[in-house]
Design a protein around this ligand. Structure first.
Ligand code: ADP
Ligand code: MG
Length: 337
């Protein structure tokens, strides 16, 4: 599955300006063959623009796009072995599901019999066997999303680009589709580049994540690397909730981050804070605690047993040194992230 010599995608010095706006301000990235790779970042950070340059819908201001070792920077979209799935699906309403899936093959003059077979197969791979004769309007949001996916998969591209494909679905369906998409990707073995602004989605689905901020990649790593060792205050804050503490911790001065689930809250021992707020959320409870040292932190606890009456109580917060993440200095002036 993985060819270590040639990456599926290589971006070098990639830039895109729209007038005075630097939408993409210098991106270097390699994505391996067969990877489920996510681009995560807030709205406006340049994710879609990078995807559109990979697809060929947008010409870079500078830099190159290589697919499978071939420079495609100046090639038209149809000359690249990639397909894109957009958030709004863009299905043809007057065509049946099967005809929608077949469409790309028809355009490329694939014979009718082969077209049918491949379309049926693509529908089967997204668990929509038997739905071919329906019209898109007679399908649920999740099913339409899968039709859009089948329509891209039927072309057997080397790379599939997905721009917030689950954004239009409600939470429950989105979580279900996250699992299904991941399964489909594993089965078909195509390289997926998945754009999202949702950190949970990126963490649960990806082999690796690139975190974007104002047109640049600020960190690339596996989900656990990005979560456990954020490279900056911005990443610590954007990927998951994090408590930022300034001062002397683990024996040195600096800025540190501690994840809410890594903090232990107890009523025994020397207290060091007051519980300001208790937020019950079913599986977990979040405690907002004002530390005597002056910082407000969030603690998350599994509700194995339910505590009551903690609001307003003095408590002791503690954590292990190994869970204290030092935020690299030089970041110290950027407190607004
Ligand atoms: P994201 O997908 O991360 O939300 P985009 O890539 O869509 O970000 O946009 C990055 C920046 O580029 C934003 O400031 C956006 O307004 C700007 N931008 C994107 N496309 C265009 C365009 N066609 N014309 C002008 N500005 C654009
Ligand atoms: Mg976007």
């Amino acid at each position: 599955m993985t060819d270590t010599s040639t990456p599926a995608i290589r971006l070098t010095g990639l830039r895109k300006s729209f007038g005075a706006v630097d939408a993409v301000a210098g991106v270097d990235l390699e994505i391996a063959d067969g990877e489920f790779f996510s681009m995560l970042g807030p709205s406006g950070s340049g994710k879609t623009t990078v995807l559109r340059m990979i697809a060929g819908f947008e010409l870079p201001t500078a830099g190159t796009v290589e697919l499978g070792g071939r420079d495609v920077t100046r090639l038209a979209p149809f000359e690249r072995d990639v397909n894109t799935v957009f958030q709004d699906y863009a299905l043809f309403p007057h065509l049946s599901v099967l005809e929608n899936v077949e469409y790309g093959l028809k355009v490329r003059k694939v014979p009718r019999k082969e077209r049918r077979e491949r379309a049926e197969q693509a529908l089967e791979s997204v668990q929509l066997k038997g739905f071919g004769s329906r019209k898109p309007a007679a399908m649920s949001g999740g099913q339409r999303q899968r039709v859009a996916l089948a329509r891209a998969l039927v072309n057997r591209p080397k790379v599939l680009l997905l721009d917030e494909p689950l954004g239009a679905l409600d939470l429950k369906l989105r979580e279900q589709m996250q699992v299904e998409l991941k399964q489909i990707q594993r089965e078909v073995g195509i390289t997926f580049v998945f754009v999202t602004h949702d950190q949970d989605e990126a963490l649960t689905m990806s082999d690796r994540i690139a975190v974007f901020d104002v047109g640049k990649i600020v960190q690339v790593g596996t989900p656990s690397e990005v979560y456990e060792q954020p490279a900056s205050t911005f990443v610590a804050g954007f990927v998951g909730t994090s408590n930022i503490l300034d001062g002397r911790l683990v024996g040195r001065e600096g800025r540190f981050s501690i994840r809410p689930e890594k903090i232990d809250i107890s009523l025994d021992g020397e207290t060091n804070g007051v519980v300001a707020e208790v937020i019950y959320a079913g599986a977990v409870t979040r405690y907002v605690v004002d530390l005597d040292a002056g910082t407000r932190v969030v603690v998350v606890e599994q509700n194995r047993t339910l505590r009551t009456g903690l609001r307003g109580q003095r408590v002791r917060l503690s954590w292990l040194d190994e869970h204290v993440i030092e935020i690299p200095t030089g970041e110290l002036e950027r407190t607004d992230a």
